[in-house]
Each structure stands twice: as structure tokens, then as C-alpha cells.
Ligand binder design. Structure first.
Ligand code: FES
Length: 224
């Protein structure tokens, strides 16, 4: 009788241990699942967002200082995706504004994803970072990739293999205001689905911008 009681307690104990082990094993497995489950889709289409100052009023061309050593950024298309806003003070491919000089690019390096302040815009006259860079450029200090903001952010020096993605803007000349409308190619770093890229999607992996119809332009810091 006493043995039966002991056996019963043993069984109960073993059952609890086995349930506990399963819970621990599952808990241990949870981090692995995050690699198996595709990242969520933050949006189903690109939002059209007016670029505004922190006080909520639209930015105008005069607010984007030409060739200025500032890192002027805004989030697009999701809230964790910084983009450069540059006024190059000359007509450039894809440029908008009164001089066709305003452009926007993803500020996430196409090599391994470094973000500002590691990746910066250097206006004309900045100290050269290497012998190939002779004019204005965007440079990533992580591993030295350099991009040409005057020519669709094409690569000047690697190791990055792709240009910075363009943020397509629209410009209203009657109000001198700008909107971000969609991303151009290639996809933002980290939004390519490994291994075949068949599900490339700039709208994955983050939260939508919460301010209705607007995205703040902000100055992160000044470049040296
Ligand atoms: S992450 Fe920019 S060069 Fe490597």
C-alpha cells in the first residue's frame, strides 16, 4: 500500500518533470522560430506621406540647406527605416524642387545595413575619404562603401554591391512642398528574403509610421 503511494507520487513527479522539460525545451526553441517565421508585413502598399518639420508644418525647399554638412533624415516607408533628404544645389537625375536638386535615398547601407551616423553625406569640399572620391558623396564608415548622391546613389567604392535605394518624391511647385510616394529599386538592405529574393518587399519588418499622412524630417547630427 505504502509502495503504491510512493509509486503514485513518483508518477506524478515524473509527469510534472516531463511537462516541465517540454515547456523548457519549447521555450528554448522559441528564439529559433524567429528565424523560421517570415518577418511580418508592416504595410500592404507604399504610403504617400508629406515631409514635415517636427512642428508638423510642411518642409519647403529653403528648409533643406543646399550642400550642407547635416544629416537630414526622415523615416520611410516604415518607422524604422531612415532615409536621407539632400539638396545638392544642382540639377541631378531624379531631382525635384525649383532646381531639380532635391533627392532622397535610403540611409541604410547596402553592404551590411549600417545606419546614420555611421553612414553620412559629405558635401563638396569635404575631406576625401579615398583617392576615388572627388566630389560630394555618401560614405559608410563601417566598411568604406561610398555612393554618389548626384547619380542615383550608385556605388563609387565597395564593398556594397548595390546602390542605395531611391525614395521617390513628388513636388508641388504651388506650395513648395514634398511628399514621399514609394521606394525605387533595389530593395532596402535587410528586406531581401534569403535565399532567392522571390519575396523582396520594402514593406516587411517594421511598424507603419503613426502620424497620419506625414513623416517628420529631422536632423540627426552635423557631419564633421
Ligand atoms: S555596412 Fe556600410 S560598408 Fe559595410
Amino acid at each position: 500500500m505504502n509502495d503504491k503511494k510512493i509509486d503514485g507520487s513518483k508518477r506524478k513527479f515524473l509527469k510534472m518533470v516531463s511537462i516541465g522539460s517540454a515547456v523548457v525545451a519549447f521555450a528554448g526553441f522559441v528564439p529559433s522560430l524567429s528565424f523560421l517565421i517570415p518577418r511580418s508585413v508592416g504595410l500592404t502598399s507604399f504610403p504617400t506621406l508629406t515631409l514635415v518639420k517636427p512642428d508638423g508644418t510642411p518642409i519647403h525647399t529653403s528648409d533643406i540647406l543646399p550642400n550642407n554638412a547635416q544629416i537630414v533624415l526622415f523615416q520611410y516607408p516604415l518607422s524604422n527605416e531612415p532615409s536621407f533628404l539632400l539638396n545638392l544645389n544642382k540639377s541631378v537625375p531624379g531631382g525635384l524642387g525649383p532646381k531639380n536638386s532635391v533627392v532622397a535615398y535610403s540611409a541604410i547601407c547596402q553592404h551590411l545595413g549600417c545606419e546614420p551616423p555611421s553612414i553620412k553625406y559629405y558635401p563638396p569640399g569635404s575631406k576625401k575619404v579615398d583617392k576615388y572620391v572627388v566630389g560630394d558623396y555618401i560614405h559608410c564608415a563601417c566598411h568604406g562603401s561610398t555612393y554618389d548622391p548626384s547619380d542615383k546613389a550608385k556605388i563609387i567604392t565597395g564593398p556594397a554591391k548595390y546602390p542605395l535605394p531611391t525614395v521617390e518624391l513628388s513636388y508641388d511647385s504651388s506650395t513648395d512642398t514634398y511628399k514621399a510616394t514609394k521606394m525605387g529599386k533595389p530593395v532596402i538592405y535587410g528586406r531581401k528574403d534569403w535565399p532567392n529574393g522571390s519575396l523582396d518587399n520594402d514593406l516587411r519588418g517594421g511598424d507603419p509610421i503613426k502620424t497620419e499622412g506625414k513623416t517628420d524630417v529631422y536632423i540627426l547630427t552635423k557631419t564633421s
